[in-house]
Ligand binder design. Structure first.
Ligand SMILES: Cc1ncc(COP(=O)(O)O)c(C=O)c1O
Length: 374
């Protein structure tokens, strides 16, 4: 219990700018400022006064975010945050108390895992079963819920496995949550990053009354540097979330909010998502060939979404040891699976452009080959 280092983010903070190739990230290659700020918009942007903006997000931005959800979301359901990261943090601070039981998807992004433990909650894994193509063990979730659950944290589409919950799984999770009176914290930052289809993964928002849906511009839109996210919540929960947002950051940055308004307006929104899908899809083709060429060393289930592959390797060493060898010997940063809840895997992002990823993969294979021969 108590404060726990967020190991994955620590790993990235320490090394991501100290290697030749960083494929430990979870976004596609970032879009450029000039992709969003068209020549017509530049003058207005430069004339912007840098006063404090609306603390909960500009009205225009909140309205356009609400428009991305079905079932009657309005700007009053939206709080604009500093990335999905702040949104997850606020949801935990607002909804959880010491002693609460929290189910957390695993493997997964372990922010809520660490925050919930630091708040004195018990964390129960909602396991994704690797042998069944990373399907969730919902029978276990139902058993855990029978003894009480305050919150279920889902990452859908998932980081790192790229799996997407089916309609039936979503309904079953809602019915388990409803029986227990549990909140669903639906981290949907990879909505729009589907690889097989252009249809966006449906949001949990509107499927049940105790849902907080989180999203950001970091993944599907390829704009992580804006640090712009949001949460959609029942109107009477938005106030308590907002009160904590004031303590943490006051507000998101005014220029980022303006750029977010532009990014979410059509046709820009479709253009950014299209750019991300193209990077994701060409990256996966490259990754698939690499996996086939090195089948003696590595394997991965084809992710339904995201620009990441969760690669299992055939070596006895832990994922931190393997990732450290790759970092030191090849100057390539990969994400150790241990930091995402599954050892003997490496998270490798392929949506960063063919030349960049091709060279990173070549170097990774060289190190793995060497380790296997030792
Ligand atoms: C599932 C998930 N949620 C939230 C975040 C936080 O991202 P951001 O704050 O850039 O939206 C990440 C980043 O990797 C993530 O993978």
């Amino acid at each position: 219990m108590g404060f726990r280092v967020f190991e994955l983010e620590r790993w990235q903070s320490d090394y991501e700018h100290a290697v030749d190739y960083n494929v430990a990230d979870s976004s596609v290659r970032g879009a450029r400022l000039g992709d969003v700020l068209t020549p017509e918009e530049q003058e207005r942007f430069l004339a912007m006064e840098l006063s404090y903006p609306m603390v909960n997000g500009t009205e225009r931005l909140r309205d356009s975010i609400a428009g991305l959800y079905r079932n009657g979301a309005t700007g009053l359901n939206v709080l604009v945050t500093v990335g999905g990261a702040e949104a997850n943090q606020l949801a935990c601070q607002t909804l959880l108390e010491p002693g609460d039981r929290v189910a957390v998807i695993e493997p997964g992004y372990r922010q809520v895992h660490g925050v919930a433990e630091a708040l004195g909650c018990s964390v129960l894994p909602l396991a994704l079963d690797r042998d069944r193509g990373w399907r969730p063990r919902l029978d276990q979730l139902a058993r855990d819920a029978a003894s009480g659950l305050k919150l279920i944290y889902l990452v859908n589409p998932n980081n790192p496995t790229g799996s997407v919950l089916t309609r039936e799984e979503r309904h079953e999770i809602v019915s388990i949550a409803a029986k227990a009176g549990a909140w669903i914290l639906a981290d949907e930052v990879y909505r729009g990053a589907e690889r097989h289809t252009d249809h966006e993964t449906p949001s949990f928002w509107g499927e049940y009354d105790r849902v907080v849906a989180v999203n950001s511009l970091s993944k599907a839109y390829g704009l992580p540097g804006l640090r712009l996210g949001w949460m959609v919540a029942p109107a009477d929960l938005v106030g308590p979330l907002w009160r904590r947002h004031e303590y943490a950051v006051i507000s998101a940055a005014a220029p980022s909010m303006r750029l977010a308004e532009l990014a979410l307006a059509e046709p820009m929104r479709s253009r950014l998502i299209g750019r991300q899908r193209e990077l994701t899809r060409t990256g996966w083709t490259l990754m698939e060939h690499w996996l086939a060429r090195h089948a003696d060393l590595v394997s991965a289930a084809a992710a339904e979404a995201t620009s990441m592959a969760f690669v299992r390797y055939q070596l006895p060493q832990s994922s931190v040891e393997v990732a450290d060898r790759i970092r030191k010997e090849a100057s390539v940063l990969v994400g150790p699976g241990e930091f995402l809840g599954a050892d003997h895997h490496l998270r490798i992002t392929h949506g960063l452009g063919a030349d960049y990823v091709g060279e990173a993969l070549r170097r990774i294979a060289e190190v793995l080959g060497r380790m296997a021969a030792q």
